[in-house]
Design a protein. Structure first.
Length: 158
């Protein structure tokens, strides 16, 4: 199958998406969601997502809705899927990060990461990028669990 070349308009959208990610609050939100927030269960996810008083609630909503909007742009043909997948990995990271609780979260919030999931199911390049990211996240989650267990044992030994 012949590859479709992205247009200059596609490139402009990708650059605008990049520019929006650099906004100070968005950068903080993304750093917290991708780095510090590792819910083990849907209940831990909802403790933040369903609590407007939680200081991280807005960050979680902002980050997830940003990547869902970006995926929707691809799904509706506003930007080249190949170019988007080549230039953006964070939406796939979020899907991979929450994969272990995805079904449980969707029981309460059926639209949770649905556009990103659709992107993965519709485009081979997106599926490949997601699978690579999922393996990386599973390895990271295992290392974090080992560190946590080691810290718990060290605290109990004191």
């Amino acid at each position: 199958m012949e590859r479709m070349l992205a247009t200059p308009a596609d490139a402009e959208i990708i650059l605008k998406l990049y520019d929006l990610r650099r906004e100070a609050v968005m950068r903080e939100a993304r750093a917290w969601v991708t780095g510090a927030f590792w819910p083990s269960t849907a209940e831990e996810y909802f403790a933040v997502a369903d609590n407007p008083a939680d200081p991280h609630n807005a960050w979680l909503r902002q980050t997830i809705s940003y990547w869902e909007m970006a995926a929707a742009l691809v799904l509706h043909g506003a930007v080249s899927a190949e170019l988007f997948v080549d230039c953006n990995g964070e939406g796939f990271l979020l899907l991979a990060k929450f994969a272990h609780i995805l079904e449980a979260v969707r029981e309460k919030t059926p639209g949770f990461l649905i556009k990103t999931s659709e992107l993965v199911s519709r485009f081979t390049a997106a599926a490949q990028r997601y699978e690579i990211t999922l393996k990386r996240i599973e390895g990271l989650r295992a290392r974090l669990a080992c560190q946590s267990a080691g810290n718990k044992q060290a605290a109990e030994a004191k």
